[in-house]
Ligand binder design. Structure first.
Ligand code: FE2
Length: 163
């Protein structure tokens, strides 16, 4: 397997998180107490995660001879992120648990995308540049939306109820 640069590895990580985000939004959509607005938010996020996967895969393909290794890195990250989700969310999990998990996951995505951007300030790859300019505002919006979603669900919860 071809050796990856730090930039290529980070691209693989961003790609893997975009893959995992599709599973996570799907999973949370199926939890109890998810209303129509939250469903719409999750569907849009799912869609944008799919676009991120496609765009990042295209950029991976622009690195001569590295695509397979970048995708391998991505699948590894997807696996770890999916395992984290499965540990965090069990059969007792409700919508608030789901949105709390997404808040962690989206914060992680924002972080990774910004790190990719910073690495690319010296690498100056035009494909990566276009990708991060497209993706960072979207990931920031995702984080804000899941944060607002958790707070909305928390406000509806009775703090004195026993679970
Ligand atoms: Fe996201």
């Amino acid at each position: 397997m071809a050796e990856l640069t730090n930039l290529e590895t980070k691209l693989g990580e961003v790609l893997g998180l975009a893959m995992a985000a599709q599973g996570a939004t799907e999973k949370v959509k199926g939890l109890d107490e998810i209303d129509g607005d939250l469903t719409k938010t999750l569907e849009r996020m799912h869609n944008e995660a799919k676009q991120a996967e496609e765009r990042a895969t295209d950029v991976a393909g622009s690195f001569e001879g590295k695509k397979t290794a970048i995708l391998e890195e991505a699948r590894e990250v997807k696996k770890k992120a999916t395992e984290m989700m499965q540990d965090y969310l069990d059969s007792d999990s409700d919508a608030l648990d789901g949105f709390e998990f997404l808040t962690m996951a989206e914060a992680g995505e924002v972080g990774h995308w910004e790190i990719l951007k910073t690495l690319n300030e010296r690498a100056r790859d035009s494909g990566v540049q276009e990708l991060v300019e497209w993706g960072i505002p979207i990931q920031q919006r995702h984080l804000e939306q899941v944060r607002q979603g958790s707070l909305k669900l928390a406000a509806e919860e009775d703090p004195n109820e026993t679970s």
